[in-house]
Ligand binder design. Structure first.
Ligand SMILES: Cc1ncc(COP(=O)(O)O)c(C=O)c1O
Length: 384
């Protein structure tokens, strides 16, 4: 049905009407005092969501822009980088580091697994001469729905002395990430995820230690340069012409997060995803990430039942029920489908996707007790 489409992919995520309405106004001058006030509010609220006292830079770029910004302001050719890879997006940090001329070593696990902190510790303990300059890692791997224990991993990296560069694109504003308390050095995210804003903005915060290391970066990127951009943050401005309407929308999105309270937002994501997992299990569907302890609370990857294809499931969900879920990526294409419960998502949405999935599977001839997923979900939501 026209205009009925509902996104349950891991981003872009649904955008609240109040954010859309804020963005629907005429653009305002980016050097005006009116826009400066918007930025003042945005910069302050971003610190709240990033759980940091560090300044948060806003780039007019997608999430990958902030990944690039993080690494191109730290790496000199030949630097040793350790990349913890659990899927496509954590691998991208390794790829960017390689493109910048770093000597990249990778610790990689099976796509349904998280990094074992002991494996990291063992590797860093061997680096007696402290050659490893920085470690890249991801909090929430979007391609698989696995969440790393960033708190423990970062504490190990800190003990060694290397910098930690953390991708929080599908976790910030949804999964707990205490930048300052946990000692994360560089943390990045993007607008089209937990922030409930369309794609186009990305964010970066760096610790004092990262700023010190940055001083020795010989050729930092021009557009993404930390110094130029932070100078503007401190002046409630931006270095270049920003996406003014998106930033106006971001102000509203951040205010919504503040109003609900970050802890409550995080708890909502936990409850909805756990309810979804309970429902999927009740339907006898196999979850890609078995272990509840490392299962993402923003993305749930599901295997199709025997004899039913992922494209068929996605097609019926979209054409008949106006719900979009994501396919797997690369080697996991057509092997899994991914349901996003990220950002502007409520109990209604999860009940809706489980109901629509049941209807889809019923049409495709899957043998199960109709209603069992929805029943398990409703029970879960009411008991938790
Ligand atoms: C965890 C993670 N990192 C990085 C990115 C890249 O962001 P973008 O596609 O906005 O460049 C994504 C995109 O989905 C992501 O999920």
């Amino acid at each position: 049905m026209k205009d009925k489409s509902f996104l349950m992919i891991p981003g872009p995520t649904p955008v609240p009407e109040s954010v859309l309405l804020t963005m629907a106004k005429h653009p305002i001058g980016h050097r005006s005092s009116e826009f400066s006030k918007i930025l003042e509010s945005v910069y302050s609220d971003l610190k709240y969501v990033f759980q940091t006292k560090n300044d948060v830079i806003v780039y007019t770029a997608s999430g990958t822009g902030a990944m690039d910004a993080a690494l191109s302001n730290l790496i000199n050719p030949g630097d040793k980088v350790l990349s913890l890879v659990i899927g496509n997006f954590s691998q991208r940090l390794a790829k960017i580091s390689t493109a910048l001329g770093a000597d990249v070593e990778i610790i990689e696990v099976e796509p349904s697994q998280a990094i074992n902190p002991m494996v990291l510790k063992e590797r860093l303990d061997k680096d007696i001469n402290k050659e490893i300059k920085l470690v890249t890692l991801i909090q929430n791997e979007t391609s698989t729905g696995v969440t790393n224990d960033v708190k423990t991993l970062v504490s190990i990296i800190k003990e060694h002395g290397a910098l930690s560069v953390v991708d929080g694109v599908t976790s910030i504003g949804a999964i707990d990430c205490k930048m300052d308390e946990w000692g994360i050095d560089v943390l990045i995210s993007g607008s089209q995820k937990g922030f409930m804003v369309p794609p186009g903005l990305s964010f970066l915060a760096a610790s004092e230690k990262a700023w010190e290391v940055h001083k020795d970066c010989k050729r930092p990127d021009f557009y993404f340069n930390w110094d130029t951009n932070r100078k503007s943050v401190l002046a409630n401005s931006t270095a270049f012409t920003p996406a003014v309407n998106l930033i106006a929308g971001l102000k509203t999105g951040l205010e919504m997060i503040k109003e609900e309270g970050l802890e409550n937002v995080i708890a909502r994501h936990t409850k909805l995803s756990k309810g979804l997992r309970t429902a999927l299990k009740a339907l006898n569907l196999k979850l890609f990430v078995d272990d509840d302890k490392i299962a993402s609370t923003t993305i749930t990857a599901v295997l199709p039942p025997e004899g039913i294809s992922v494209p068929d499931i996605r097609k019926i969900l979209k054409n008949d029920y106006d719900i979009e879920v994501a396919n797997g990526q690369n080697a996991l294409k057509d092997k899994i489908f991914r349901i996003g419960t990220l950002g502007f998502v409520s109990e209604r949405d999860v009940i809706m996707v489980v109901g629509a999935l049941e209807a889809t599977l019923y049409k495709l001839g899957y043998k199960f007790e109709l209603g069992s997923g929805v029943a398990a979900l409703i029970k879960y939501l009411n008991n938790n």
